[in-house]
Design a protein around this ligand. Sequence first.
Ligand code: AMP
Ligand code: ZN
Length: 113
Amino acid sequence: MSCLFCKIANGEIESKLVYADDDVVAFHDIAPQAPTHILCIPRRHISTLNDLDEADAQLSGKLLLTARRLAKELGFAEDGYRVVMNCNGHGGQTVFHIHLHLLGGRALHWPPG
Ligand code: AMP
Ligand code: ZN
């Protein structure tokens, strides 16, 4: 498997790990766009949001709940934060293993570019 995030999930490539369980791994983004920028990924390879299946409803919910919990633990849940999943070219996706961006620690602009 040549996927970068599969390799991060199975420890073949190092990352600044924040959380891991049987289904989900969370680690710091290598090019942070906010004081805290964490990526939450499923261990199982899913290329894009378009490839998510009805059967993945629990897994995708778990990604959201992981982001929410980390925001709380890291202390910026009340100030606010953003979770984003980019899909394909127009969405700005560059790594084709789905990941939820968790951005926090500063006021973020809207709308995004
Ligand atoms: P996206 O553009 O939504 O596909 O996001 C991909 C993200 O992965 C970007 O924010 C990158 O900075 C991040 N990224 C790429 N390579 C690594 C890596 N080895 N470790 C951590 N984050 C990475
Ligand atoms: Zn993968």
